[in-house]
Design a protein around this ligand. Structure first.
Ligand code: SF4
Length: 345
């Protein structure tokens, strides 16, 4: 890390993040009340992502004040990390189902998606990112949290002489320029460099893996740091995991039952072609839940981020379907790539 990066990382003065604690999110209660009235709903289900579960009782209280006395408001306690992860049990038992914090993966009349955008100012960090970019063609991507600022980001770069390339990836994505932890199709553009504006290193790492020919510059307005995605450490970790799994005899093949994470055909194909592979179905894939299975290695056909980001926490090697093919010798090692999802349900 350069001196410049050391100094700027964690310096939140220019980011607007200091406002975060006074933050009142727009839960779009009016839109929910309207839907309840329109549908004469008796039961309303609310699903929050992990970071916002603490606000759930407050939002339920506010809603109850606005709704007729006999309307019941239910809160989902299921873990939730994406729009792929709807509480289908609750969805079936409520008349209006509200999913907070993610943009729609698939529209449905029953579901109200309330996106909850970040209020962090992205311009200061984009200004810093100019040091790592060459004026010319550039791709621009961001996450759902910052999507409301996407047109401004684009304009900002254009004003500084860039030719900004953007596209809407595929059906799994709602917006132009949006990326998910499992889908980087929006970066499939005609430019050698891509600017990722958003929090964390995991998304841009996936992006750099998926598009190895492009330089991925990370402008992280949440941690106030600028860097260039480096896949080397990530690749080493994945190669090491694949190597460990090469001696495995008994394989646990995970089929995830979450609505937007099921890859049934892929999971079954593995089991059909390997007598020592067992299909395990589950919703939440955690190290604790797998610990009691006497397997030598696992293949996860659910969320790829569980495999790559949480991989080292599992007691046995956890592989993506593509890595499995390498470990059993069906594909060469140099075909190791990032696992992505391209459909809905
Ligand atoms: S599958 Fe994983 S990475 Fe993809 S949207 Fe769902 S939680 Fe995010």
């Amino acid at each position: 890390m350069s001196h410049e990066e050391t100094r700027s990382a964690g310096d939140l003065r220019n980011t607007g993040l200091s406002l975060k604690h006074d933050r009142t999110w727009d839960y779009e209660l009016d839109r929910i009340v309207e839907a309840v009235e329109e549908r004469d709903a008796e039961k309303v289900g609310l699903q929050f992502p992990e970071g916002l579960k603490r606000s759930a009782p407050g939002v339920a209280d506010d809603l109850r004040k606005l709704l007729p006395d006999d309307t019941r408001v239910l809160i989902s306690g299921q873990p939730c990390y994406g729009a792929c992860d709807l509480d289908t049990y609750m969805m079936r038992r409520t008349d209006v189902f509200v999913h907070f914090g993610h943009s729609p993966m698939k529209e449905s009349e029953k579901i109200i998606y309330v996106p909850l955008f970040s209020n962090v100012d992205v311009e200061p960090i984009m200004e810093q990112s100019l040091e790592k970019l060459e004026v010319g063609d550039v791709g621009l991507v961001t996450t759902a949290q910052h999507m409301n600022l996407f047109p401004e980001m684009k304009e900002w770069l254009t004003e500084r002489g860039f030719e900004v390339h953007t596209r809407k990836g595929d059906d799994r994505l709602t917006h132009e320029g949006q990326v998910l932890g499992c889908n980087y199709a929006s970066a499939d553009i005609d430019a050698d460099q891509v600017l990722y504006v958003g929090g964390g290193k995991f998304h841009p790492l996936g992006l750099a893996m998926e598009h190895p020919e492009k330089k991925v510059v990370i402008a992280d307005p949440v941690n106030n740091s600028v860097s260039v995605a480096d896949t080397e450490k990530f690749l080493k970790q994945r190669y090491a995991t694949v190597h460990k799994a090469m001696d495995a005899e008994k394989w646990g093949v995970i089929f995830c039952t979450k609505i937007g994470q099921g890859r049934w055909d892929q999971a079954n194909e593995i089991v059909e072609n390997n007598d020592n592979a067992y299909l395990i179905t589950m919703d939440e894939v955690t190290p604790d839940r797998l610990r009691n299975f006497d397997m030598d290695a696992f293949v996860n056909t659910g969320c790829p981020r569980i495999t790559t980001d949480d991989g080292p926490q599992f007691h046995k090697p956890m592989l993506t379907p593509g890595e499995y093919e390498i470990a059993v010798g069906n594909k060469p090692l140099d075909e190791l790539s990032f696992d992505t999802f391209h459909g809905t349900w």
